[in-house]
Design a binder for this molecule. Sequence first.
Ligand code: NAD
Length: 295
Amino acid sequence: MAKIGFIGLGNMGGPMAANLVKAGHEVSGFDLSKDSLKLAADNGVEVCQSPIEAARAQDVVITMLPAGQHVLSVYGQILSEADKGTLMIDCSTIDVESAKQAHKHAQDYDMLSIDAPVSGGVGGAQAGTLTFMAGGTSEAFEKAEEILEPMAGRKVHCGDDGAGQAAKICNNMILGISMIGVCEAFALGEKLGLSHQALFDVASNSSGQCWSLTTYCPVPGPVATSPANNEYRPGFAVDLMLKDLRLAQEAAQKVSAQTHLGAHAAQIYGLLSDLGEGGKDFSAVIEMLRKSEKA
Ligand code: NAD
């Protein structure tokens, strides 16, 4: 069993650390929030007073933080204090550039590292069924696999440094765009007098089939477990989708990629967020489409 430092014990990191404890690992954790630390302690995590304390004398250090600046700041504090053989795993969703810089800093200290953002949300973090998308060397990935196992449904080695973050934002750009497409189709169908069930029965068995339709159907009824049946409680919140779409736009601009629909999708979720709906599930975009003539 490994000694693991876990920094960032929020909605995702908290249950991920708890699953590592359940698997028998010795987990020391740090978070800026006292509430998160208390919850982590209840789940068997040994609480530390600083990121440095959590990172010292560990086999592995995992970070699960809001954005690139937090990851780079924490790496700046801990890398010189951690043991040379420590494996660094960053599971946060951050921009590709910061992810590459984080790898570079780890390499400066002769440490193996992977970027390993996740999909599956808080439910997946609790159930230990997250999909990990990893970037880094094969050596680092192979070493990380065993550690990720109690938190994972699936682990995919996507390529070199930053490839995990690239896969995450590309996947979520597909998702963000496809949800708007499905919402537009249902909003149009309503105006044409088509029942939700009829459109679902046709599209879910035809070429319009996609995850946004069959798993997260944005109208109540056809898919019992979709957030639409639960007043659009997330699920996957609008603001998290917006964050990922903005990361995709930032990356696209850096490499001059054409992402017209990705840019428009970011704009549409941005409007929804500005309306104060950022905490709702992203399928709630249908409510805004129904109200407005043009987004
Ligand atoms: P969260 O805000 O619940 O947790 C982040 C935690 O980091 C907070 O507890 C905060 O106190 C802590 N933190 C911030 N700066 C810190 C620092 N310098 N040192 C120590 N702790 C610090 O967010 P979350 O939902 O757990 O998301 C974490 C990451 O996972 C984000 O990058 C997010 O985009 C990604 N993600 C979230 C979801 C989701 O459904 N929530 C799904 C996939 C990926």
